[in-house]
Write a protein of this length. Structure first.
Length: 511
């Protein structure tokens, strides 16, 4: 059976989703999980976009040993050099350079003609080859590019040394049959096509990203670019879990394999959603909370008699835990450590002590702890951001006949500041008190509260999205008390705004 290379761009195109910016530690954490999942290539970022991106790509390159690590670069010498400087630490580095090829992009965006575009594409690939043999070229907006010209570009960049040629549907415009024809034509007409792998990269503006990617694989593409949970620009990118599970479940149609260990899909999805703050919709294929839930009586009856009646794949095959109950008040340090290891966390002694202390504190509030609680402990205690603003104390008075009032203490540069204020509701009072201390000009775009596990003693998880000067950030807070979780989430988002001032400054150049 032939294999399809899985090129994951969660850390690059996925991160371009509004508010989904990640810090360096978070990127490395996701990259390590992607490697465990078995992805062939991890696109770690766009090093020329900002110093933050550069550092993140460098750290991913240093930490990843099995997967290839790609860095994106526009078709310019400076971008390519910068990409190489970041990815050169990887065991298997790849330079991914791109240039738009459609007339719309050439005329309005780049203001160059086809001849110049061809020249630049060839030069970029030749220049990248000076650093590594592993060079990918993307013809941005390929699906709206004149097909004769696209074939010409593909042939030329392969001659120049590209080992992968990517055909992106940058604006999510193409339909499955059309895409099949584009890839088939490239396969037929480009005479040196056997020297390179054909890749596809689909956006989901019409909800067709997965279907288009699969159609291209049927036509002969052998690399697919995708993101976990389908996150990405606008409506997102093709979702990796959907493509991989379609190939696995419908082997009879595709007869193509991947190196993905599908049992790690669920945890990877959780991790990405937890870090980016982008929730997975309940009816999302493969990883949504309802993806394997049978609600109707007829379906439940059928599944109980024979799973195959209504289930085309099992929850176990994507790693959805069957029994997620893990630990309780009486669990000792050893059991806690073992569960952490099973979940893929490797902590040193000091980190373990810290996490275990928090675990015990939590056990005073909750009878049982679940994997999600452990994830929250690790996020809050071990992987937390550097903090300009430290949450110290919260007291809220609220009720049906009381004007809600919140008192908040926050430590800033070693000094604890206290403020109290009234609000329309308790959350409003908490946020107003925090604003009095931090004096933020940011706008609250969304506030979502949910329980991270089942039961009335579940921890509340609050996600807030803030915007300031065109930058969006997502903050999270978890606590058995939902008002404390709200305060933590708001302060977390304000810390992200503080430390990420430059992260979005180069967004305008992102593809
Ligand atoms: O959507 C796109 O065209 C891209 C390319 C840079 C691959 O993201
Ligand atoms: Zn893209």
């Amino acid at each position: 059976m032939e294999y399809v290379k899985i090129f994951d761009t969660t850390l690059r195109d996925g991160e371009q989703a509004p508010g989904a910016t990640m810090n360096i530690d978070e990127k490395v954490r996701i990259a390590l999980q992607l490697e465990k999942l078995g992805v062939d290539i991890i696109e770690a970022g766009f090093p020329a976009a900002s110093d933050g991106d550069f550092e993140a790509v460098k750290m991913v390159a240093k930490n990843i040993t099995k997967s290839e690590v790609a860095g994106l670069a526009r078709a310019t010498e400076s971008d390519i050099e910068r990409a190489w400087e970041a990815i050169k630490y990887a065991n298997k580095p790849r330079i991914h350079t791109f240039l738009a090829t459609s007339d719309i992009h050439l005329k309005y965006k780049l203001k160059i003609d086809r001849e110049e575009a061809l020249k630049r594409a060839i030069h970029a690939v030749k220049f990248a080859k000076k650093f590594t043999d592993n060079v990918e070229f993307s013809a941005e907006d390929a699906c709206r590019t004149d097909l004769d010209f696209l074939c010409k570009v593909v042939e030329a960049v392969i001659d120049a040394g590209a080992t992968t040629v990517n055909i992106p549907d940058t604006v999510g415009y193409i339909t499955p049959l059309e895409f099949f024809n584009i890839i088939s034509t490239i396969k037929k007409r480009v005479k040196n096509i056997e020297k390179a792998v054909i890749s596809v990269h689909c956006h989901n503006d019409l909800g067709l990203a997965t279907a288009n990617s699969l159609s291209a694989l049927l036509a002969g593409a052998r690399q697919v670019e995708c993101t976990i949970n389908g996150i990405g620009e606008r409506a997102g990118n093709a979702a990796m879990e959907e493509i991989v599970m379609a190939l696995k479940t419908r082997k009879d149609v595709y007869n193509l394999g991947t190196k993905i260990n599908t049992k790690h899909i669920y945890r990877t999805s959780k991790l990405v959603s937890q870090i980016t703050g982008m929730m997975v919709q309940p009816n999302k294929a493969i990883v949504g909370a309802n993806a394997f839930a049978h609600e109707s009586g007829i379906h439940q009856d059928g599944v109980l008699k024979e799973r195959l009646t209504y289930e085309i794949m099992t929850p176990e095959s994507v790693g959805i835990p069957q029994s997620i109950l893990v630990l309780g008040k009486l669990s000792g340090r050893h059991a806690f450590k073992k569960r952490l290891e099973e979940m893929g966390y490797e902590l040193n002694e000091e980190q373990l002590n810290k996490a275990f202390k928090r675990f015990k504190e939590l056990c005073d509030h909750k009878k049982y702890l679940y994997d999600e609680d452990i994830d929250a402990i690790i996020s809050e205690e071990i992987l937390k951001l550097p903090e300009k603003y430290k949450f110290v104390y919260l007291n809220v008075v609220s009720g049906n006949r009381t004007m809600p009032c919140a008192t908040v203490e926050i430590e800033i540069d070693g000094k604890v500041i206290k403020e109290a204020t009234f609000g329309n509701g308790p959350v409003d009072a908490v946020f107003k008190a925090i604003k009095k201390i931090i004096k933020t000009k940011s706008k609250l775009l969304s506030f979502v509260i949910s329980a991270i596990t089942m039961g009335t003693d579940a921890q509340g998880e609050v996600t807030v999205k803030l915007e300031e000067a065109g930058r969006q950030v997502v903050g999270k807070g978890v606590d058995p008390d939902v008002l404390v979780a709200s305060a933590k989430a708001y302060i977390n988002a304000l810390n992200r705004l503080y430390f990420k001032k430059e992260a979005n400054s180069m967004r305008e150049m992102l593809p």
